[in-house]
Design a binder for this molecule. Structure first.
Ligand code: MN
Ligand code: MN
Length: 316
């Protein structure tokens, strides 16, 4: 197969769109739109994820196209465009949420699946709203060191990067019993944090559980929780150990390896994946760019999953 014309340039040439895909803000006729969300005003500790999309795009230039593990070239199988960034408003989370939801709905209305690059984890709530508005209740696979199902991290303020999935559950965006959290660990304020997540309906797989169950066991749990529904996958890069992903706002030791998270994402093959995001990459704490490299590769794995389902559809 021949390479698409824009792919003939050297990786270090030209403007850094994701994977050297064409820039197309409207994504007309595209299968997938990459959407940057440079917003980090909802972080509670170290900020900096607003520069995540730019760093991930920069590190995505070396994604040559063929995925040897999944045996697919998503850049050839799919028309993938970089839809630029959401017009965020750093001083208003509500205005930013509206802007995110609106871009997601427009891109989906144009027929594209959307892969968002954060930004802090608060961006997932408006993304879920933008998906559920046409798809209804979603199954959600949530990779993270933290449950993000707290009620209010700051009294009287319902939105922060620690509350998006509490709000999503309250708003009925997530189907009952179809929500799984993977990779939780680290000190919390008290013993109730994980229990609270469970009480809200989350299936909680801590990082310790991931090591005990092994990759196949974790994938079985995920399949059991989310099968047969449209699935949205949200990946907080802090699910990975800071040895592999130091560039993030709230690092927790004892996390997954790069290889394990790759295996888990690849294991979602065959799901009805409707949308996804990769969030919380903060380049200021990422000296060699390794966190952004990992995030770019994880985004590539999601694209590959869509590439596989499209080539299956063509064959049948
Ligand atoms: Mn998170
Ligand atoms: Mn987290």
């Amino acid at each position: 197969m021949s390479h698409t014309p824009e792919f003939t340039a050297q990786p270090y040439q030209g403007i850094a769109t994701f994977g050297r895909r064409p820039l197309d803000l409207r994504a007309a006729g595209a299968d997938v739109a990459i959407l940057g969300v440079p917003y980090d005003s909802a972080t509670t500790y170290r900020s900096g994820a607003r520069l995540g999309p730019r760093a991930i795009r920069e590190q995505s230039l070396l994604l040559w196209g063929y995925n040897n593990a999944l045996r697919v070239n998503p850049f050839e199988t799919l028309r993938i465009v970089d839809a630029g960034d959401v017009d965020v408003v750093p001083v208003s989370i509500e205005a930013t949420q509206r802007a995110i939801q609106s871009r997601v709905e427009d891109l989906r209305g144009a027929g594209a699946k959307v892969l968002l690059l954060g930004g802090d984890h608060s961006i997932s709530l408006p993304s879920l709203r933008g998906h559920a508005s046409t798809l209804g209740e979603l199954a959600v696979v949530h990779f993270d060191a933290h449950p993000d199902t707290w009620n209010e991290e700051f009294p009287g303020h319902r939105y922060s990067h620690g509350t998006p999935f509490r709000r999503a559950l309250e708003e009925g965006l997530i189907a009952k019993g179809s929500y799984v959290q993977v990779g939780l660990r680290g000190p919390t304020a008290g013993p109730g944090d994980y229990e609270q997540a469970r009480a809200l309906g989350a299936r909680v797989l801590t990082a310790d559980a991931v090591y005990d169950l092994g990759m196949d066991g974790v994938l079985e749990e995920i399949h059991d929780a989310v099968r047969k529904r449209p699935v949205y996958v949200t990946l907080d890069i802090d699910v990975v150990d800071p040895a592999f992903a130091p560039g993030t706002g709230t690092p927790e030791v004892g996390g997954l390896t790069s290889r394990q998270i790759l295996q888990l994402v690849r294991g979602l093959k065959g799901f009805n994946l409707v949308g996804c995001d990769v969030v919380e990459v903060a380049p200021a704490y990422d000296p060699a760019g390794i966190t952004a490299i990992l995030a770019a590769n994880l985004a590539f794995e999601f694209l590959s999953l869509w590439g596989i389902s499209k080539s299956h559809k063509k064959r049948s």
